[in-house]
Design a protein around this ligand. Structure first.
Ligand code: FAD
Ligand code: MG
Ligand code: MG
Ligand code: MG
Ligand code: MG
Length: 553
């Protein structure tokens, strides 16, 4: 319990609280995993499945390597090359892992069951529904697209989330070119048909626009010489720049490259309506409305919550949220035995100001009511593990050690003899919680969370002996504890077409141009989940270099 851990710690709030019985004869605990995307498969890959009875539910019996989806839209990479069958991924674990191709439509946390509907048809009674109970549930359901309730978007826009979406776009692009090549169509009509609009200037939208442009200049101009000058690509972005999650240098590099390429970037516009041939947008600065005719529109402007996750959040009282809130150990708040990872979840980091008196007491070993620098240093590592914002804050303020932080509160006294009381301690830390950041909805985060959670599950028994971890400082060695999840950012790429890419790497390092594209090729080849897909992807790239893309449907 929290009390035994000394309050501050709340390590007991971790996965270990309900650790399985370690005795050999006890039946294995049931783990149900919902979803086989980045988070779900990463969890399963790292889980010691022999310890549990594992059931996996997903309406798709494959894992899709989403970062290459934009390449599928124009045939640079074939859809088959970026998917890996789930059953094959867990071939060696098949006696412990059962997969059901089904959709979960309800999570019942009170009864500890999930309700599922078969994706491949029904039994003889016409019933495709079934129920599974769990001891531990891992929710890795990902996210859907959000249209922000913009009228017409669902009916008229393509999305780019699933493999099927990418295939649909590919077919749609070719359809437009064939349609515009028919003899009985006016030039104006042709221009309309060949106007490709991307709504949303995030990484996916930008990458798709770049792919589209490459497809055009590298392949289609040769095949459709009569209409090549009529093609136009537009990106509509509501913010003032595209790629806002990247470094400014990357955003302006991308904008300049697109300008040279003739890709129009409309920033500061919000799309308010889509009809079958017009996109209506509003300039944010002066509210002026503008309608443009289009042939094909791809919506990549927002991510939303799946209905089953929404329903579950309502059940457990997490309303008005986009994603399931978990603690730092990825367990869903106020929910026994349920964990959530990936795009469907966000970690809500505990604020140090909420625990400040406990932290103070823990540090004050001699019960003097004041802290010396030595006392603070004695718990600093533990504080930084439990409240990573402390470390982030010190880094962002260029502080070398805790003394600098304290100095702000007590004035410029001599470091060694510095003493602070609780008020000064509070004052020193008061801005620290502003550094709490949510991890982005990316594959990198999802995969790291899956791996982390699997490690927790593998260690559960050991951690039962010492669940409170290092902050239970009195005597505890802190060997078997769960450190809270912490995301490590390894950088981010933005392929910009024309064999150029931009990358933001750790340590504020930005790289742009052709060499970065080669880095991209090698990183994405190495990240493939199997040798089979790696060979397929690399041979797709090679084929494209030699023969160009396939422009048939
Ligand atoms: P997902 O991978 O979406 O997995 C969700 C799983 O749940 C799927 O298997 C799905 O079939 C299953 N599911 C859905 N509904 C149900 C249900 N009712 N019952 C049971 N199962 C269900 N991230 C990066 O880091 N780098 C990139 O370059 C990058 N590029 C991207 C490009 C595109 C086009 C897209 C769409 C995303 C990209 N991302 C990228 C983001 C990344 O794909 C997501 O962050 C990641 O997929 C999240 O993993 P997840 O497991 O939470 O969700
Ligand atoms: Mg998943
Ligand atoms: Mg996925
Ligand atoms: Mg998340
Ligand atoms: Mg003291």
């Amino acid at each position: 319990t929290a009390a035994s851990g000394g309050g501050l710690v709340a390590y007991a709030d971790s996965a270990a609280e309900s650790a399985p019985d370690p005795s050999q004869d006890a039946p294995r605990k049931k783990v149900v995993v919902l979803g086989t995307g980045w988070a779900g498969t990463s969890f399963l890959k790292n889980l010691d499945c022999s310890r549990y009875e594992v059931k996996v539910i997903s309406p798709r019996n494959y894992f899709a390597f989403t970062p290459l989806l934009p390449s599928v839209t124009c045939g640079t990479v074939e859809p088959r090359s970026i998917i890996e069958p789930v059953r094959r991924m867990f071939e060696k674990k098949n006696k412990d892992v059962t997969f059901c191709e089904a959709e979960c439509f309800k999570i019942d946390a009170n009864r500890k069951t999930v309700h599922c509907r078969s994706a491949v048809g029904t039994n003889l009674d016409g019933n495709g529904d079934f129920m599974l109970d769990y001891d531990y549930l891992v929710v890795a359901l990902g996210a859907t697209v959000s249209t922000f309730n913009t009228p017409g978007v669902l009916e008229h826009c393509c999305f780019l989330k699933e493999v099927e979406d990418a295939q649909k776009i590919r077919k749609g692009v070719i359809d437009c070119f064939e349609k515009a090549s028919l003899p009985n169509i006016s030039e104006e009509e042709k221009r309309k048909i060949l106007h490709f609009v991307v709504i949303g200037g995030g990484p996916t939208g930008v990458e798709f626009a770049a792919e589209m442009h490459d497809f055009l200049v590298e392949d289609l101009v040769k095949l459709y010489p009569a209409i090549q000058d009529l093609v136009k690509i537009t990106i509509i972005q509501s913010a003032e720049h595209i790629l806002t999650m990247f470094d400014e240098r990357i955003a302006s590099f991308a904008e300049q490259k697109f300008k040279r390429d003739g890709i129009e970037v409309c920033t500061g516009f919000r799309v308010i309506k889509v009809s079958d041939d017009l996109i209506t947008m509003k300039r944010k600065s002066d509210g002026e409305e503008l309608s443009v005719p289009y042939g094909m529109a791809v919506w990549s402007a927002g991510i939303g919550t799946r209905p089953v996750v929404m329903d579950f959040m309502q059940q457990i009282g997490q309303t008005n949220r986009r994603a399931l809130a978990t603690n730092e150990w990825l367990r869903v708040r106020e929910c026994e035995g349920v964990y959530a990872i990936g795009d469907c979840a966000t970690v809500s980091q505990r604020k140090i100001m909420d625990d400040i008196s406990t932290v103070f007491k823990m540090a004050d070993k001699d019960n003097s009511g004041t802290l010396t620098l030595k006392e603070i240093n004695g718990v600093l590592d533990d504080i930084c593990i439990r409240y990573p914002q402390v470390e982030l804050y010190m880094k962002s303020m260029h502080m070398l050690d805790i003394a600098d932080l304290i100095k702000g509160a007590v004035g410029d006294s001599h470091k060694e003899s510095m003493v602070v009381d609780i008020e000064e301690f509070k004052k020193a830390l008061r801005h620290v919680d502003s550094q709490v950041k949510n991890a982005p909805a990316t594959a990198q985060v999802a995969a790291q969370q899956g791996q982390y959670l699997a490690q927790c599950f593998n260690k559960m028994e050991k951690c039962r002996e010492e669940p409170e971890g290092p902050l239970r400082m009195a005597g505890g060695s802190g060997r078997h504890f769960f450190r809270p999840f912490r995301y490590k950012h390894f950088g981010q790429f933005a392929p910009l077409g024309g064999e150029q890419a931009a990358a933001e790497l750790p340590g504020d390092w930005v790289s742009m141009g052709h060499s970065t594209q080669w880095l991209w090729y090698s990183v994405y080849a190495s990240k493939q989940v199997s040798w089979r897909t790696r060979v397929l992807v690399v041979s797709d790239w090679t084929r494209r270099f030699i023969f160009g893309r396939d422009s048939s449907r």
